[in-house]
Write a protein that binds this ligand. Structure first.
Ligand code: NAD
Length: 303
């Protein structure tokens, strides 16, 4: 299948690479030249703009950082909306349901179908092709891209209603961020009390406190202090703010999400929004005066 792909960052690079490796022909763009070069080296064709891509292919995918950027790339000047061949715009970014519906309506006026299909599974999932894909949009249009999406993960059809996939994604990321922020506080508390963080993880992962932060993030990138998960804390903060907005619109109390958002915002303010999500532990560490650090995971029991 001929596919356009816009946004070749932490997630987009791997998704585009896997589509190429599955035999699809790709025409790609990114505002960063080096990001485009990495894909053309693998056989993709480079394009100068979103419109150029939408002139060339029927299916355009995007993995872009913020809702505003997706809106501009999809419907702005020189955007997908101006393309002559495009029939469907598949948004793999996290934009929230309100923006997804807005883009759906704007593109619909030009006969282009927007499918929101946010993803979960992080850079590791993108690299291995094991992402959870949350698709919503007209069923026949979703079916048309399902074989291609199989190269990047497992697709879940959420609803024909535009934006439903985004709501699903925000529920997921709220829980993921809650796990990361709560685990940060629990781990700092244990370490300050003199517990070995490796033993803590072993115990928690055998008990009822286990979650994606204890099973993966802490052992892999926090204890060794590499902080290179590949998801910026600023992007997760954006997701939580979108989640709070949707909760408010729906009339759902979200006190835990509010607290999680405050912790994420503190990390953005103190470390910078481009730093890794896992740096959320650092403001807690600073105030407590300890670091959650260990040489390696496992073999934790002292002889
Ligand atoms: P990223 O910042 O690494 O990548 C975004 C890419 O878009 C960059 O290469 C950037 O140069 C490019 N870009 C920005 N503006 C552009 C424009 N106007 N035209 C073309 N290219 C443009 O972000 P990411 O981590 O890959 O995340 C992408 C999306 O996926 C976000 O919406 C994020 O919330 C979501 N997401 C990320 C992860 C993760 O673990 N990183 C997981 C799930 C979902």
């Amino acid at each position: 299948m001929d596919i356009g792909f816009i946004g070749l960052g932490q997630m987009g690079f791997h998704m585009a690479r896997r589509l190429l490796e599955a035999g699809h022909r790709l025409i790609v763009s990114d505002t960063r030249r080096d990001a485009v070069d990495r894909l053309t080296a693998l056989g993709a064709q480079a394009a100068g703009s979103a419109r150029e891509i939408a002139d060339a292919v029927e299916t355009v995918m995007a993995s872009l950082p913020t809702p505003e950027i997706v809106l501009e790339v999809a419907t702005g000047k020189g955007g997908v909306i101006e393309g002559k061949r495009v029939r469907r715009f598949v948004d793999l970014s996290t934009t929230g349901a309100v923006m997804a519906k807005r883009i759906f309506e704007l593109l619909n006026e030009k006969g282009i179908v927007q499918i929101d299909c946010p993803v979960s599974g992080g850079v590791t999932g993108a690299s291995k092709g094991t992402l959870a894909l949350m698709a919503s949009g007209p069923r026949a249009q979703v079916a048309a891209i399902e074989p291609a999406l199989a190269a990047i993960g497992r697709m879940f059809f959420i609803s024909e209603r535009p934006g439903a996939g985004q709501t699903m994604k925000l529920c997921n990321n709220f829980l993921s961020a809650a796990a990361m922020t709560a685990t940060s506080e629990a781990m700092v508390m244990g370490v300050k009390a003199g517990l070995d963080p490796r033993i803590m993880l072993d115990v928690i992962n055998s008990g009822t406190g286990r979650n994606t932060a204890t099973e993966d993030k802490f052992g892999r990138v926090v204890l060794p202090r590499t902080f290179d998960l590949g998801f910026a804390v600023g992007l997760m903060t954006k997701d939580l703010k979108l989640c709070l907005g949707e909760g408010k619109t729906l009339g759902v109390p979200m006190q835990v999400a509010e607290a999680v958002t405050r912790v994420l915002q503190m990390a953005c303010d103190e470390n910078g929004p481009d730093k890794d999500l896992t740096t959320v532990v650092q403001p807690v560490e600073r105030r407590a005066g300890v670091e959650v650090r260990a040489e390696r995971l496992g073999a934790a029991l002292p002889k």
